[in-house]
Design a protein around this ligand. Structure first.
Ligand SMILES: *Cc1c(COP(=O)(O)O)cnc(C)c1O
Length: 387
């Protein structure tokens, strides 16, 4: 059996090796390391793939979120609502920009931000919502966009975990995750669904004016050389990372299908296990004939995350560790109790789902190269323990 890993970047690299090596040689020969043609080409190719007017490449996903927020006319003290159950980067940039983060609870089935909780959290100071498409499935964007419209709020999508996912609206229209709100942000961290071989990120928007503003912010607030109109940052995707992303982008849908296939196999194996809650796809248009999304891309399984009930999660984790099966606990501590983000405004009783999930979740190996032998070994080991 091939070595079990949470992500297997080496196996994914093998078939692309010759192509990537050749593109890297071109970058080295051209010596256009910053803003070279590879970056421009990747930007255009990603715009076409996503069906979005503007992609603004940048240095990483956290920068992408920060720059997206810097481009909107938000000011100190404005309230920005986001999920309690996400990676810290989402709330970190809100706090860093001196906006007021408003953490809210999530939905127990999808782990995504709760619509009811958003509605309850809105005050006259609310200016934006940051839905996170956690683990590869879109938050309920129809409802979020409706709330945003009614209250005149910006929607900034944290799409670090769902690149390539589709969201189908109630009216049947299909859009790529990250292109639905006013602005979207993604990460090309190596383990993401579209990962480079270092750090990288991008911002998406269909708004021409906002795109222009963002292109200046990523480049020291310059719109004309050496004229600094706003306070910006230095955040660039380099040509080497762009060359790698160009080689991988044409395979993204295939990678995501392989993840869906692995997720469906996991789901089938765990179907009768009473201690486990397996992931669900909630899109009404999703063809779940094989048990779980396998072709509409409503879920691209950045993570395959189980809920282990009856207080058995930590014992299961120990069991897996002893048998050399890697796993992740995303996320073990709710953000509203993290030292950096705890606040007297929060009442622990308002976060029943996040509090529960942090004790129940476990993520299994998930990547585009998982084979059935590996999946059988993982599922059998888990079932042996739980039965
Ligand atoms: C990975 C991730 C980020 C940050 O991306 P980096 O490229 O590591 O800065 C932000 N939000 C979420 C939900 C993520 O998973």
């Amino acid at each position: 059996m091939r070595k079990l890993q949470m992500v297997d970047l080496k196996s994914q690299y093998e078939p692309l090796k010759a192509q990537i090596q050749a593109s890297l040689d071109d970058v080295f020969e051209s010596a256009a390391f910053i803003n070279g043609p590879e970056v421009q080409h990747f930007q255009k190719e990603l715009e076409a793939y996503l069906g979005v007017k503007h992609v603004i490449p940048c240095a990483n996903g956290t920068d992408a979120l920060q720059i997206a927020m810097m481009g909107l006319d938000l000011k100190e003290g404005d309230e920005v609502i986001t999920a309690d159950f996400t990676f810290a980067a989402t709330v970190e940039v809100i706090a860093l920009l001196k906006f007021t983060p408003v953490l809210v609870d999530v939905d127990p089935d999808t782990f995504n931000i709760s619509i009811e909780a958003i509605k309850k959290a809105i005050t006259p100071k609310t200016r934006a919502i940051v839905p996170v498409h956690l683990f590869g499935q879109c938050a309920q964007m129809d409802a979020i966009m409706e709330i945003a419209k009614a209250h005149d709020l910006y929607v900034i999508e944290d799409n670090a975990q769902a690149i390539g996912a589709n969201y189908t609206s109630a009216n049947g229209s299909k859009q790529k995750a990250g292109t639905i709100g006013h602005v979207g942000a993604t990460s090309f961290f190596p383990s993401k669904n579209l990962g480079c071989y270092g750090d990288g990120g991008a911002i998406f928007t269909n708004d021409d004016k906002l795109a222009h503003i963002l292109r200046g912010i990523v480049n020291h607030g310059m719109y004309e050389r050496y004229h600094h109109d706003v306070v910006g940052v230095n955040s660039r995707l380099d040509s080497i990372q762009a060359a790698i992303l160009r080689a991988k982008l044409p395979h993204l849908d295939t990678y995501n299908r392989a993840r869906q296939k692995a997720a469906a196999a996991y789901n089938r194996a765990f179907a009768a296990c009473k201690d486990l809650v397996t992931p669900v796809t909630v899109s009404e248009s999703c063809d779940k004939s094989n048990g779980l999304c396998q072709n509409c891309d409503c879920h691209v399984f950045h993570q395959y995350t189980l809920r282990v009930q009856n207080n058995r999660r930590d014992d299961l984790a120990k069991h897996l560790q002893e048998r050399g099966i890697p796993f992740g606990i995303y996320y073990p501590i709710p953000l509203h109790v993290q030292k950096a983000y705890a606040d007297a405004r929060y009442n622990d009783a308002d976060f029943p789902v996040t509090n529960l999930l942090s004790k129940e979740v476990i993520s299994l190996p998930m990547h585009s190269e998982l084979d059935s032998e590996q999946i059988d070994y993982i599922t059998q080991t888990i079932l042996d323990f739980l039965q």
